[in-house]
Ligand binder design. Structure first.
Ligand code: PHE
Length: 447
């Protein structure tokens, strides 16, 4: 078996975790879910879930991963030998597989839009034209498949290069640049004439619109955006040295991710209202709105190029974390080489990805449980598999592991000194708070 990888530095770990968390979930999925779920009420519920669940679940995944130093399946096997717990690892592998299967399609759209921006195709400020452009982009049979493949191959190459030289190196530089551009766009968006309705939509909640579906969507989005519940943090955690600070890394990741989501909301929604685009436009929302904003900004064409390039980077730092979950499982449990594991998983993902992509056009009428392929992979992973995965992680750490072991890992063998209050609070939120919240929302949402 190959030697286990590890991160080069604490900062590298943070960047990789934040890189995994910040991605299409913040800039593409969050704005359109806010739009289709009626705005501010959805945001508030989403924030509540982040606040209640992010830390306990991140801690738990981290603890399991770092203590076992193994892939998601092996981790449970190491910590609870001869029990059924390792099957939870399979939920993570499946969730990661489902996610990356539609994620690579949207990743392909971002490369496509990057290409469009480089060739100056966003000269028009006509939403109808931009809407058609998006539709043509995603419904075609060949173009999105090619871009999807480029995205997947790029992901595979970075995962091939491994953790330190692949993941750490690039993310460090790109994330801050992305942040600055999104802020610039947000400022323009908020200052557009007619943006007030968008701000109202973002900040004035109407709870009468909230249904079980809204709750479940908000829960799913919190999991999706934070990259929790599918073992990415567990897997990255297994490459992290014993001296790193679990509590600090988790909090910083959750904060960065939430900040990005809010600013993305501010970048998109006011413009959506100012330009008279429908907020419930769906997955095309960002791809129609942003080119429109860029067309109205000084140096907009140039900013568009930068933006779509960064969006691609943000997406790929997330997709590598999804692929790494699957690949590390195959390497360690089936004794495959990294290369074989990547080839095998990318082949399966390609098949699923093709189905997802074609479901935007040719295969639109093929339904599983009433969803087309894309929505099926998206909804089942975010709204069901991730909450389930997170639920199992907290139950395992809270109820199966012994408290002294949990505390030992959480405090890095006693190296980190925390107040008794903080330790108790963290422990009980793992043991009671998180599982109850997830179970209640999951059950009520599904019913
Ligand atoms: N959090 C990522 C994003 O917001 C998506 C993701 C989900 C990554 C699950 C890893 C695991 O884009």
């Amino acid at each position: 078996m190959e030697k286990r990888e590890s991160f080069g530095s604490g900062f590298g770990v943070l960047v990789a975790m934040a890189g995994s968390a910040v991605g299409l979930g913040n800039l593409w999925r969050f704005p359109y879910l806010v739009g289709t779920n009626g705005g501010a009420a959805f945001i508030i519920i989403y924030l509540a879930f982040v606040f209640l669940l992010a830390l306990p679940i991140m801690y738990s995944e981290f603890i399991v991963g770092r203590r076992s130093q193994a892939n998601v399946f092996g981790a449970y096997k190491v910590l609870a030998p001869k029990t059924g717990w390792c099957n939870v690892g399979l939920v993570y592998v499946m969730a990661s597989l489902f996610i990356i299967s539609f994620y690579c399609v949207v990743g392909g759209w971002t490369i496509n839009y990057f290409w469009k921006s480089v060739t100056f195709r966003f000269t028009t400020a006509d939403t109808a034209v931009l809407g058609d452009m998006f539709n043509n982009t995603v419904t075609s049979n060949s173009e999105p498949l090619i871009f999807m493949l480029i995205f997947l191959i790029a992901t595979a190459l970075i995962v091939m290069a491994g953790i330190k030289d692949g993941i750490e190196r690039y993310t460090k530089v790109m994330m801050p640049i992305l942040f600055v551009i999104v802020v610039v766009v947000a400022v323009r968006s908020v200052t557009l004439p007619g943006s007030a309705a968008g701000l109202e939509f973002l900040f004035k909640p109407d709870f009468s619109l909230v249904t079980g579906k809204t709750l479940l969507d908000a829960l799913g989005q919190a999991f999706f955006s934070l990259s929790i519940g599918c073992g990415t943090i567990m897997t990255y955690g297994s490459y992290v040295s014993k001296k790193e600070n679990i509590a600090g890394l988790s909090a910083q990741t959750a904060m960065t991710d939430t900040l990005f989501a809010i600013i993305a909301g501010l970048a998109i929604m006011p413009a959506v209202f100012a330009f008279g685009i429908s907020p419930s436009e769906g997955p095309g929302l960002v791809f129609v709105t942003l080119p429109y904003i860029f067309a109205q900004l000084p140096f907009g064409a140039f900013l568009a190029i930068l933006f779509f390039f960064m969006l691609f980077i943000a997406a790929i730092t997330s997709s590598i974390s999804q692929l790494e979950v699957i690949v590390s499982y195959l390497i360690e449990e089936f004794r495959m080489s990294r290369k074989l594991a990547i080839t095998l998983s990318v082949s399966v993902i390609t098949v699923f990805g093709v189905l997802c992509s074609l479901s935007q056009g040719t295969l639109a009428d093929v339904k599983i449980f009433g969803y087309n392929f894309f929505d099926f992979f998206d909804t089942t992973s975010a709204n069901i598999l991730l909450p389930l995965g997170g639920f199992f992680a907290v139950i395992f750490v809270g109820w199966k592991m012994k408290r002294p072991d949990v505390v030992d890992e959480f405090t890095s063998g006693g190296m980190r000194k925390y107040s008794r209050f903080f330790l108790n609070f963290s422990y009980y939120s793992i043991k009671y708070l998180a599982p109850i919240v997830v179970a209640v929302v999951l059950i009520s949402g599904l019913i």
